[in-house]
Design a protein around this ligand. Structure first.
Ligand code: PGA
Length: 252
């Protein structure tokens, strides 16, 4: 388990053959030049998890992730997918609380607390997302907004902190081509680390990823910041060359 992570959030893209091709191209590029010390996570749609996990099996530093999981363990929840099922399909990570899920599926802190519990029970590593809207940033309430979104994490027992990953994704930067500047991102990452460390000693080492129009041109400047430990990548994760280049963008 590395503390530097680059995760590709494929969202609702790729049919079966496109997913296998994209993963294959990424693996070929990683084979050509290993990236020591960085965990590379591919988070395809649920239906491709088994297949992608099969392609990644036995490889060091590459992992499959899911984009969500149910807040329930099992039972009569038509259409839902449990954390345990994801684990058995080969997932090792799960993205939780992405802003698209908070906005479009009305996920709230109570539900996200349960999803975190399910993820830890299933031994999945959660990538817990937070990030303010443009109105909150412009109105100066961005720190408060992020603090409120982090409530499910702040309440976790200390033993879970070693498995937790945070992704800071300002909503105004997601899919917009508008990236937070390295200074803006660093300021928020430092705030998040300090906030989580105030009641948990273990929080200092939590990987905090930046997400929001991160690409192969801006990743190096972002990853050079002391509290930015990698990226959660949307659009650019669908292009193998860009994605692997992002994973190579840590300072040496
Ligand atoms: P983007 O998406 O890189 O396309 O902005 C990031 C995300 O939503 O995780």
């Amino acid at each position: 388990m590395n503390s530097k992570i680059v995760a590709g959030n494929w969202k609702m893209n790729c049919d079966r053959s496109e997913a296998a091709r994209l993963a294959g191209e990424i693996l070929d590029l990683l084979d050509a030049q290993d990236i020591p010390g960085v965990d590379v996570v591919l988070a395809p749609p649920y239906v491709h998890i088994s297949e992608i996990a099969g392609l990644l099996e036995g490889r060091r530093g590459t992992f499959t992730g899911a984009q969500n999981c149910s807040m329930h363990q099992k039972g009569a929840y038509t259409g839902e997918i449990s954390a345990q099922m994801l684990k058995s399909a080969g997932a090792r990570y799960v993205i939780l609380g992405h802003s698209e899920r908070r906005r479009d599926f009305h996920e709230n802190n109570g539900q996200l607390t349960q999803k975190l519990e399910r993820a830890f029970e299933a031994d999945l590593r959660p990538i817990f997302c937070c990030g303010e809207s443009l109105d909150e940033r412009d109105g100066g309430s961005h720190f408060d907004a992020v603090k409120t979104q982090l409530e499910p994490v702040a309440g976790l027992p200390a033993e879970f902190f070693s498995k937790l990953v945070i992704a800071y994704e300002p909503v105004w930067a997601i899919g917009t081509g508008r990236t937070a500047t390295p200074d803006q991102a660093q300021e928020m990452h430092a705030f998040i680390r300090k906030h989580l460390s105030s009641d948990k000693d273990h929080a200092a080492g939590i990987p905090i990823l930046y997400g929001g129009s991160c690409n192969d041109s801006n990743a190096a400047a972002l990853f050079a910041q002391p509290d930015i430990n990698g990226g959660l990548i949307g659009g650019a994760s669908l292009k193998a060359g860009s994605f692997v280049q992002i994973a190579r963008s840590f300072p040496s």
